[in-house]
Design a protein around this ligand. Sequence first.
Ligand code: SF4
Length: 278
Amino acid sequence: MRPESSVMESSDNQQFPSIYGPVNSWRFGRSLGIDPIGAVSTCSFNCVYCQLGNIQQKTTQRQIFVPTAQVLRELQAIAPWDYQDIDVVTLSGSGEPTLAENLGEILAVVKKITKKPIVVLTNSSKLGDRAVRSDLALADIVAVKLDAVSSKQLQRINQSMETIDLPDILTGIEQFRQEYHGCLAMQTMVLSVWTPDIEANYIRLIQRLHPDEIQLNAPSRPRVLARQLESSGNDGVETRSYSCQSLKCISAEDLTALANRIHHITQIPVRYAPVASL
Ligand code: SF4
């Protein structure tokens, strides 16, 4: 794979590049990133651990942020043999990818050019929208976020927009589960040791939603306080000059024990991040 800088040169200098990486993901291997959102971080959540810092634009409205033609042009600028060096293409980037109205078009273009499995990471807030579910059907793996087991927790951890509530999110995931034929992963950030009540409720939700796998993560990387445009990829946060905040993190032992208990009860594969990694 050519270095990131040459990918960036292939795009219009006035535009924020839609391709970044590849980065090494503990969940998916070597991953080429596609960002359908662009320079202004945009999401319906403002998670306390978000690596983008405070979200600049909070919205639930879909719109076109990055033209599909730009993604196509940047993908075509990468030599075909460079794609051999990647395991997956992941749509994530500068916010919530399902807010991109051209998500389906972008997925179709990415699939045609790279011929690699496609992953979409979503915060699950738009899964109640039929058009979003139809777009996501084109992805090979969809990782849906579920950090909260109550509306209060959703507000505290994800700081979601007030029009979003947990019952709607759960109904959206349920609808998507019924329609989707790819791999549905449940991604959950574990900020601290859960109480027995939270753990029991989480397991009940897992049994209701039937993901193919569970991915437990921990906020082990310092969080930037404000958006840094160079922060995509694998560069070392600790060498940066801008302000970061370290979040209190669950221990590796506690995360492992939690993963084992969830797997024991649900019989669903549970993967968890080595606590010091991405
Ligand atoms: S859902 Fe993702 S992009 Fe949105 S605020 Fe949370 S971590 Fe950041």
